[in-house]
Design a protein around this ligand. Structure first.
Ligand code: ADP
Length: 498
């Protein structure tokens, strides 16, 4: 009797393939032939190798992107056809959703169910949303008066033109979604791109590159160079053939990008770190606010630049909220992303594990109380227990610095007049949360918060239509929505004397 052989998943088949980078429509090795290891963070084991591209590969990719921008089917394509290609990318992401979710879970560690329900559909939706913009990028006709030329007549208007060749450097926390946030608007405007995924999580970007070719994207429009930040990333940021760099990652590296881009004043947009305040007032519906505050920090294992990592709670309900969030934290099932019961996977890398546990140890040394969690889980893989800290304040690293892990510091407050200054007392300004049933209080506080996004009675809501980005050291410019289109276009003013 024949034995049933279980079919391999598409992701397993993809993993077995030799990995190459995409330059000018060709799948290539790094010029130097070096590769980098890709880890499964749940086991701490190498599961794949991808090319370790560096400056030479970036040169080739930038040259290909330049050719595609200046003289190719892409540069001649109508806006409507460009929109159709982008739409098709979104559709193909959905058709391959299971495979992409599995790759994302394996590579990054996030629960498969979360990747399937959030990362992949959001990535697809971004392309679908941006597809519509391809035909809606236009300037204005302007009635100009020119007081120094009385009686003269002019016809004046603006044109919105693609910025050119764009270097896009993305992080490891939402590998596919960050690629989509970057690629979608750049394609809608007609730019061409060199994308460098994070060295920790290159797999979904390579699969997405295949999908983009299948969708009909002409050669050289999107080039994907895998490699390390210090080599491939730095070469891209400094490359004189690149018109704009769009970067998402740490504030520290964001500053390096600005310096690298300064020589030729290329355009730069940055989506950087955060230490977001999440404020619970005593009049909030605590049945919503408590799970909401837990989700604000523990979603994606706290590896979100907008994580609600400073939880301010009005004194009257502080004990209840602290106990409630801690109880939820202790109940979160930590395990491998591919295990269907897992609610929180491992951190992405050994480096992140060391960084987050280092913060936990520093808190302990400084006398900050650990209410729950506070330690690594298991001996294999990079797991950290969801952690709630009490009693941290200015001067404690766990309070002052971005941890980028599942660690929240809870802080009580008495007077609501104190909350805006406290919430703003950080170099960051990415996001903030407010939990209250008092509309007046919410509306008065919103304009006082120096943050690019304010969520009220909710948290971590993202949408292709909703701009996202930071005040202060959380970045420059915005991702998504109509706003991002301006980040990929130059405005040309035209004035014709009649
Ligand atoms: P993290 O510290 O969380 O890993 P990074 O900011 O280092 O985040 O990484 C985000 C992205 O920036 C990754 O793609 C990484 O390879 C890239 N990167 C890191 N260092 C540099 C650099 N010096 N120049 C350009 N890109 C870099």
């Amino acid at each position: 009797m024949a034995t049933a052989v279980q079919a391999k998943s598409h992701a397993a088949v993809f993993l077995e393939q030799d990995k190459r980078m995409l330059i000018d429509g060709d799948w290539v090795q790094a010029r130097h032939g070096r590769t980098l290891e890709v880890y499964d963070p749940a086991r701490g084991e190498v599961i794949d190798h991808v090319p370790a591209g560096d400056a030479e590969d970036i040169d080739l990719a930038v040259a290909a992107a330049r050719r595609a921008f200046e003289d190719s089917d892409w540069s001649r394509m109508s806006a409507s056809d460009r929109g159709r290609v982008i739409w098709r990318i979104g559709d193909l992401i959905l058709e391959n959703a299971d495979e992409l979710a599995e790759l994302e879970s394996l590579d990054n560690g996030k629960p498969l169910g979360v990747a399937r329900a959030a990362d992949v559909p959001l990535a697809a939706d971004l392309f679908l949303y941006m597809a519509g913009f391809a035909t809606k990028i236009h300037g204005q006709t302007l009635p100009i008066s020119v007081p120094f030329a009385p009686g003269a007549q002019f016809h004046s208007y603006t044109l919105k033109e693609p910025i050119g060749v764009v270097g896009q450097i993305i992080p490891w926390n939402f590998p596919l979604l960050m690629a989509a946030w970057k690629l979608g608007p750049a394609l809608a405007t007609g730019c061409t791109i060199v994308l460098k995924p994070a060295e920790q999580t290159p797999l979904s970007a390579l699969r997405l590159a295949e999908i983009m070719l299948d969708a009909g994207l002409p050669d050289g429009v999107v080039n994907v160079v895998t490699g390390f930040g210090e080599t491939a990333g730095a070469a891209l940021a400094a490359h004189p053939g690149v018109d704009k760099i769009a970067f998402t990652g740490s504030t520290e590296v964001g500053k390096l990008i600005v310096k690298a881009a300064a020589d030729d004043l290329k355009r730069v947009t940055l989506e950087l770190g955060g230490k977001s305040p999440n404020v619970v007032f005593a009049d909030a519906d605590l049945e919503m606010a408590i799970p909401g505050a837990a989700n604000a920090i523990f979603f994606n294992h706290g590896q979100c630049c907008c994580a609600g990592s400073r939880l301010y709670v009005e004194q009257k309900v502080y004990d209840d909220v602290l106990a409630g969030v801690s109880e939820r934290a202790s109940q979160i099932k930590v395990g491998p992303g591919l295990d269907p019961d897992t609610e929180m996977g491992p951190l992405v890398s050994a480096e992140q594990l060391e960084r987050v546990t280092g913060y936990l140890q520093s808190g302990e040394r400084e006398g900050v109380r650990t209410v729950t969690g506070g330690k690594q889980v298991g001996e294999h893989g990079y797991f950290v227990a969801p952690t709630v800290l009490d009693g941290a304040g200015k001067g404690n690293r766990v309070f002052d610095e971005e941890i980028f892990g599942p660690v929240v510091t809870a802080i009580p407050f008495k007077d609501s007049a104190d909350i805006a200054p406290a919430a703003n007392e950080t170099v960051y300004g990415l996001a903030a949360g407010i939990w209250t049933n008092n509309l007046t209080r919410a509306h008065r506080l919103i304009p006082q918060l120096r943050a690019g996004t304010v969520w009220v009675n909710t948290y971590n809501i993202f949408d292709a239509a909703l701009p996202f980005g930071g005040y202060k050291q959380s970045g420059w410019g915005r991702e998504m929505g109509e706003e991002v289109i301006h980040e990929y276009t130059e405005t040309k003013s035209v004035c014709i004397g009649l």
